[in-house]
Ligand binder design. Structure first.
Ligand code: ATR
Length: 278
């Protein structure tokens, strides 16, 4: 019998996950289906329960349900526990295991883009859910510096405290935009939601090291205000979050099926259908 998977969110109609997972399944010869499930804003748990009762084997969870998924899961991976959010359910006979593949997706995409994270100096902009989800995988990738800067400095400092137990190298720092000044970074990652209103965080000059990469987690918006500002401030390269989207999906697929798909053709296909960064 074909195994059922789905992405659940509100709204969900424009999700790219069904086509990504369909491509992975075709490529790896897995007998599975993957659909988009619209859950009412007050009906996440009921929608999950119905999907499970119908034999569903796994779910991806997207906006606005990732925190609720974290609370609903019977068990959590360490990275999901620390992220405070779940984007993947592995549904077993007895229990639902919650995981979060967003951070691993970002790390894989950065590697795919040719960034050497071991020893890298990274500036992470934002202190909400998107930022929180990537801190542990970046630390585990061996960055030498991870400065979290946020409009509300206290939220960044709270994240530093939250992850202190995983910061054996003393890489973490935190503060407001101007506390990031006076140092240069190899990678600057925008995890704020400012790009959704095409605004750029007001960053001080001089943050971009020679050869550095500016990375915006949003995708499908062309050259965002943040990426434009990064170019003007000296970033050597810019990237959007389309690769992260594909890589977090591949990570979830591997959790479910035990097979890691080749992301290259799916990346190329989505890139061709997305506004260019130039
Ligand atoms: P998400 O899940 O997308 O991270 P969130 O938890 O609401 O959403 O967090 C939004 C993040 O974007 C926060 O870091 C927020 O800064 P504050 O903590 O100061 O609110 C940041 N943000 C939102 N709009 C912004 C803007 N116009 N400029 C800079 N930062 C912004």
């Amino acid at each position: 019998m074909t195994d059922r998977y789905a992405v659940i969110g509100h709204p969900i109609a424009h999700s790219k996950s069904p086509s990504i997972h369909a491509a992975f399944a075709a490529q790896t010869g897995q007998d599975m289906s993957y659909e988009a499930l619209l859950a009412p804003l007050d009906g996440f748990a009921a929608t999950v329960a119905a999907f499970r009762a119908a034999g569903g084997r796994g779910l991806n969870i997207t906006v606005p349900f990732k925190e609720e998924a974290w609370r609903l899961a019977d068990s959590l991976s360490e990275r999901a526990r620390l992220a405070g959010a779940v984007n993947t359910f592995v549904i077993g006979g007895e229990a639902i295991a919650g995981d979060n593949t967003d951070g691993a997706g970002l790390v894989r995409d950065l590697e795919w883009l040719g960034c050497r994270l071991d020893g890298a100096r990274v500036l992470l902009l934002g202190a909400g859910g998107a930022a929180r989800g990537v801190v542990l995988p970046l630390l585990e990738a061996g960055v030498s510096r991870l400065f979290i800067a946020n409009r509300t400095a206290e939220r960044a400092c709270a994240l530093q405290v939250h992850f202190a137990g995983h910061d054996a190298r003393g890489a973490l720092g935190a503060g407001g935009w101007h506390d990031a000044a006076g140092a240069a970074y190899d990678v600057v990652i925008n995890a704020t939601s400012a790009s959704l209103s095409n605004q750029a965080p007001p960053l001080p000059a001089g943050l971009y090291a020679p050869g550095s990469l500016a990375y915006d987690m949003v995708y499908g918006r062309g050259l965002t205000a943040f990426l434009g500002q990064a170019r003007a401030q000296g970033a050597a390269r810019v990237a959007d979050g389309l690769g992260m989207l594909v890589e977090q999906a591949a990570e979830a697929f591997a959790l479910w099926r035990g097979v890691r798909p080749d992301t290259a053709p799916v990346r190329a296909q989505l890139r061709a259908a997305t506004p260019p960064l130039d």
